[in-house]
Design a protein around this ligand. Structure first.
Ligand code: FES
Length: 129
C-alpha cells in the first residue's frame, strides 16, 4: 500500500482523492486446541505432507504453512492470518494449535480441516498437501 501511495503521489495524483483501508484482527477463535497446551519453540514437531510424500521436522511454533514453504511446497495462501480460508488443508493425523480469525467453519474443523497459516503442529501431524 505504501508503494502504491508513493507512486501515486510521485505521479501528481490528487491525494485528497486517495483512500486506503488496512486492518488487522486479533485471533477470535481457538479451535482444535488441547487444553493447557501452548506451542513451545523448544519442542520439536514433525509434519508429514502426505500428497508430496515429504516429512519434515520443525519447531512447534512453526506454522504448517511456514514449514511447507521452507520445503518449497506450495499450499495456496492469502491473508496468512486466519481470515480468508485459502490455506485450508485436511489434517489426517495428530493435533495442531490453531488460532484463526473466522476463515474456517466449525463444520470444516469437525471434518478435519485446518488453516495451514495459523496451525502449529503439536508432535507428529500429517496433512493432505
Ligand atoms: S492464508 Fe488466509 S486463512 Fe490462511
Amino acid at each position: 500500500m505504501r508503494a502504491v501511495r508513493e507512486a501515486l503521489a510521485s505521479l501528481g495524483f490528487d491525494m485528497d482523492r486517495y483512500h486506503q483501508e488496512s486492518f488487522t484482527a486479533e485471533p477470535a477463535h481457538a479451535e482444535d486446541v488441547p487444553e493447557d497446551v501452548v506451542p513451545d519453540e523448544q519442542n520439536q514437531a514433525e509434519i508429514a505432507f502426505a500428497i508430496s510424500g515429504i516429512t519434515a521436522k520443525c519447531n512447534e511454533t512453526d506454522s504448517i504453512l511456514a514449514a511447507a514453504k521452507a520445503l518449497g511446497l506450495v499450499i495456496p495462501s492469502g491473508c496468512t492470518m486466519g481470515i480468508c480460508g485459502t490455506c485450508k488443508v485436511r489434517k489426517t493425523e495428530g493435533q495442531v494449535h490453531m488460532v484463526h480469525n473466522g476463515g474456517i467453519t466449525d463444520e470444516d474443523v469437525e471434518n478435519g480441516y485446518i488453516l495451514a497459516c495459523c496451525s502449529k503442529p503439536l508432535g507428529r501431524v500429517s496433512v493432505e498437501a
